[in-house]
Structures are given as C-alpha cells and as structure tokens.
Design a protein around this ligand. Sequence first.
Ligand SMILES: [Zn+2]
Length: 430
Amino acid sequence: MRHRLLAIAILSVLALPAVAADSVLQCGKLFDSRSGKMLGAHTVVVRGGKVAEVLPGRVEATTGARSIDLTDRTCMAGWTDLHVHLDHESNRQSYSEGFRLDEVDFAYRSVGFAEKTLMAGFTSVRDLGGTVTTHLRDAITQGLVKGPRIWAAGKSIATTGGHADPTNGYNSELSHLLGPPGPTDGVINSVDDARQAVRQRYKEGSDVIKITATGGVLSYAKSADAPQFTVDEVKAIVDTAKDYGYSVAAHAHGEEGMKRAVMGGVTSIEHGTQMSDEVMRLMKQKGTWYVPTIHAGRFVAEKAKIDGYFPEIVRPKAARIGAQIQATAGRAYKAGVKIGFGTDMGVGPHGENAQEFLYMVEAGMPAAYALQAATIHAATVLGVDDQGVVEAGKRADIIAMPGDPLTDIASVLKVVFVMKDGAVYREPRR
Ligand SMILES: [Zn+2]
C-alpha cells in the first residue's frame, strides 16, 4: 500500500497536465547540437508546433497528448541541407531536357524530390538556384505538398557565359532569337546590373541570393575555375542584398573568384574546390562559411567515368573538380574555417543527403561537428535562431534514428522518425 501511494505520488509529480501537450516524445538518447554532446534518455514535450519542454528521463504523457515511443532511438533537431536544387536531378538527358520540358514538368518532379528530402530527416533546405522552388516553397508552407522548409534563391546570378547563364550551349540561331540575357534572367555585367538582378529576385520572392563566382562543372562551358565577377560587382550584390535582409551564397571552384567573393562580403562559399591557405585565412577573418558539397564532387567524378553521361566539354571538369572537394573540406576544417552542411542534391539523387555526413567524417571532421553543421550552424547560416536545436521555444523539428551516430555515423542513413513544426511525417513501424 505504501509503495502504491509512493508510486502514485511520483507519477503525479512526473505526469504532465492533460491539455499541456500535443505530443510527447520519449527519446532513448538526445543529441544536443548546442554542446555537441550525446545525452541520455529525455522526454520532449511538443505544443503548438514548438518544443514546450525538454525533461531528463522518461516522463509519461497523460490524456490528450500523443505519446511517441522512441526509447530505442536517438533524437535530435531536424537537419538542414544548405545547398540543394529541388527542381531537378541530373541524368543522361539533363542537357536536352531544358529544350523539351516545360517549367511545369520540373515543378511536378520537385514535389517528389521535396518529399524524399523531408523523409530523409531534412526539415529545412536552402535551395540555391531554380525558378520553380519559390512556388514549391509556398505549396509546402500551405500544406499542399510534403517537403522541408525552404529558403529559395530563385534564379542564380551569373555574368555572360558564366555558370548559370541560362543560354550557355545554345546554337547561334537560338541565341540570336532570344537575345543576350540580362539582369532579369540573372545575368549581369556591371555594378548597376548587379543591383537590378538582386532587386528582381526580391520581386520574384527569393529568400536568399546565389551567385556563381567562378565557372561551374556542369555548365556547358570550358572553365570551372575562371573568376566571373569583379569585386565591385560582388560588393554591389552583397550591399543590395542587405537592403532586403538577404544573405549571399557564392558558388566557387577557382581560387581567384573565391577570393573576390570573400572580399566582396558573401556569407558562404559553396564547393570551394581550390581553396588556398590564403583564402582560408581570409574566410576566418571575415567569418565566411564554407559549404563543401562533397556528395556532388564524388557523384560527378564517378559519372565522368561513364562514356556519354556528360557532354565532352563537361567530362574533364567533372573528373578533376569532383575528385578534389573532399580533401579541401578536410583541410578547411583543420584550418578552422566554419563548415555548414550542404550536398548540392539535384546533382546527386534527392533523399541521399545524409550520405554527406559520412563523407565529412571520412574527410576528418568529428561526427558531432558534422551533425552541428547540419543543425545549429546551419541555422546561423540561414540567419535564424528558432531551429537547429531541441530546446524549449524552438520549432518542433525533431528526427530520430536507431543507434548512436557519434559512434557509428552510418546511423544517419536510417532515419525512422520525422517531425516538422510539430507534425509527424514519418514514424517507426511497430
Ligand atoms: Zn549547386
């Protein structure tokens, strides 16, 4: 009797008020992305799409709340992929699809890509270039389709012939017919054009600005290394972006273009293939983030071995650039450059995003650091402080997987639970 009374007393202390929670997650372990430490069992109380409480141990939910048993799983904040392209996925036909397909075809495809990304544990993404993604973002926000929270760049900004000039590779007749692309199409050639291009992205509903500071691997052009903006043009983009509260992400492979982008004040360098020690020092000094996208590098290097997968103008770039990114990521981490998580999915297959964690660890980063790069650090890159960590008051973006990713990083490939803004999208089978 006494034992029973004691048990009731304990239960009444631990029991949560009946109307206090929408759902209660019992986690076997909890990764604290703020400290980078793995904690023991915790109970996460979710209310109104936000984390209401995080309590040590296992606390039972009372009536009204949905109890979710994750006692044999590791919970953590939902991941962010800072570099995706949800409007496409490369294949052998990629280079002709632009001539055959309509934008609506790419839009339908993006719906499936978005869902795969969310189900893999990515509750947020930064989409760095793609004209359907601002619309996809709105459809997801309205609950019409399932997908991650999106920060969309819309059309990337390039210079004539640069990576993201939409008319690269067109024959002369077609080029003549269409005329040279300008700031509205994301192609600039002066400081004035630069301002106009950013304002046009604002008009189109972008959330972030993407520039292609050097040539690119997959564009129909010879060089992936050549610088493609002056420092003044980059500065004009960054300054104008600030007027709208935008950060600027810069695609860059070659050193000179990368250096100009950093000096111009961009927020992050994407790929960063030929990042020299000097550029690393400059990035540390300016607080510039590095988003390596190792997955894309390895993917294109692999595909370059297959005859006919890429046009011949692309193939040598894919073989050379792709093979270098992982080593650069390792060097940059050692040098103390801040790393954000990004894959460039759309080059590789959507939904395989978590593979990047394995590549980051292989490059020499501790597993905890790689996980922070996709959670709390990614939130900083996005310029928000309401996500990326499981704490009271933050968005209830929570994922779970079996095992302990700090001791076995491959656990990240086995996500079984996905919650975004307090809504459950994926649950372990019982
Ligand atoms: Zn990209």
